[in-house]
Write a protein that binds this ligand. Structure first.
Ligand SMILES: *Cc1c(COP(=O)(O)O)cnc(C)c1O
Length: 404
């Protein structure tokens, strides 16, 4: 096990001089994200079974692997049959190259022109949809004596980025003269693949088919054709084409309620911390900023060394639970930037004995403890958002421990 990331020394000073060495779990800071790489591999095997042997799998590791760590998850994915990686920015692609990853990497949206030298230097593939960008890419490649590969992004209705689906053929005709360019793929992205309603998905599918037809009719080879994100991969076989792009699913999370009964996935992320202080707080005393909680009796308050700068949204204050030794305990008081407090139990009564908690015990913010579990979906529901966002947030500051 190794602890990575920019965690800091919460308890002050005692590990100075250890910089650069490998840290054991909890040695540097008593809060961390645990990533189960075996779960990532299991999930990818499950998707391989689902799409069959003839469809390629792109592992989408943007936003530092949805907060799970991009290089580690990329390696786990590549070892289980993914053949390409997807990122959102050129910087993310370069970071993977610096981590020693040689697999094909596609930047999923057209980057700024200024990034072209880096794209060529690190042999990244990029999405493109404007003639200005693509011609500049071709010129730069030609000047280096190489050919730049790119995937044409087609907008079939999400109205975000991409060339309009009826213009794809004309686009290729405009730029096809350039010897520095190599069209390696054509792709689109679905806006509603996770919706109960299937109508809008169908519209996007038909538009994509139409653009592919035009491209082929005009004599161009689209190369790799891909469209499906996790939700479409699970629900719509007709959207698989040559490759599927799996993001959220490889981390063991579902894109929506609908897919939960369709494939079994194993969440890879847990968030844990050690109880760093336990104290009795007498009745009426407030806890944390603004005293949104006051002790209802003689309670035991446990302090955990993580807060909203680590990804535990402040909007969860007094609305979330924490698991300690298999017990579900309420978080109380406002969540601070670097700490949060838990009502570790009333100090004993005949009906409710004092919680069995000691300093240094492991608290589970996301994950399992005994028979209890807290999921990213639980948190997302309370916050009115999606599991994707919560997972990314836990990638901000916490160090990560990898279980291989
Ligand atoms: C993020 C992203 C994906 C992955 O989507 P999931 O729902 O996480 O599977 C696929 N394609 C594109 C273009 C993306 O930006």
């Amino acid at each position: 096990m190794s602890l990575q990331g920019n965690s800091e020394n919460y308890f002050g000073g005692q590990d100075q001089g250890k910089q650069g060495e490998e840290y054991m779990e909890g040695e540097k800071r008593y809060a961390w994200v645990e990533v189960n790489l075996e779960a990532v591999r299991q999930n990818l095997k499950r998707f391989r079974k689902h799409v069959g042997p003839d469809v390629r799998i792109m592992a989408v590791v943007k936003a530092d692997g949805y907060g799970h760590g991009a290089p580690q998850c990329a390696r786990a994915a590549l070892s289980t049959g993914a053949t390409m990686l997807g990122v959102a920015t050129v910087d993310e692609g370069v970071a993977l190259r610096h981590a020693g990853i040689a697999a094909p990497i596609l930047v999923l949206a057209e980057p700024p022109m200024e990034a072209i030298p880096l794209i060529l230097q690190h042999q990244l593939l990029t999405a493109a949809h404007s003639t200005e960008f693509v011609l500049a890419l071709g010129e730069a490649a030609d000047a280096r004596g190489t050919v730049a590969g790119y995937h044409l992004k087609v907008d079939t209705g999400m109205n975000r980025v991409g060339i309009h689906y009826s213009d794809a053929g004309d686009f290729l005709r405009t730029i096809s003269f350039h010897r520095g360019l190599n069209l390696q793929g054509v792709f689109t992205h679905f806006a509603t693949a996770d919706d109960v309603d299937t109508y809008d998905f169908g519209v996007q599918m038909r538009r994509f088919e139409e653009s592919l037809h035009n491209i082929r009719y005009m004599g161009y080879n689209p190369g790799m054709v891909h469209a499906a994100n996790t939700a479409a991969t699970i629900r719509y076989k007709q959207s698989h084409f040559n490759m599927v792009r799996i993001g959220i699913g490889m981390y063991g999370l579902h894109p929506s309620e609908i897919t939960k009964s369709m494939v079994e996935l194993h969440p890879a992320m847990s968030v844990k911390a050690k109880v760093s202080l336990l104290k009795s707080v007498p009745v009426g005393e407030g806890v944390s900023y603004s005293f949104t909680y006051r002790s209802p009796g003689n309670v035991l308050i446990a302090t955990l060394p993580l807060g909203y700068a680590d990804g535990v949204s402040r909007a969860l204050s007094n609305r979330m639970d924490v698991l300690i030794n298999g017990q579900r305990l309420p978080q109380v008081g406002n969540i601070c930037m670097d700490m949060l407090m838990v009502e570790a139990n009333m100090r004993g009564s005949m009906l409710k004995p004092r919680a069995n908690i000691e300093l240094g015990d492991e608290a589970v913010i996301v994950g399992r403890s005994g028979n209890e579990a807290i999921t990213l979906d639980d948190m997302a529901r309370v916050l009115g958002t999606i599991n994707y966002e919560i997972a990314c947030r836990f990638g901000m500051r916490l160090g990560r421990v990898y279980l291989d």
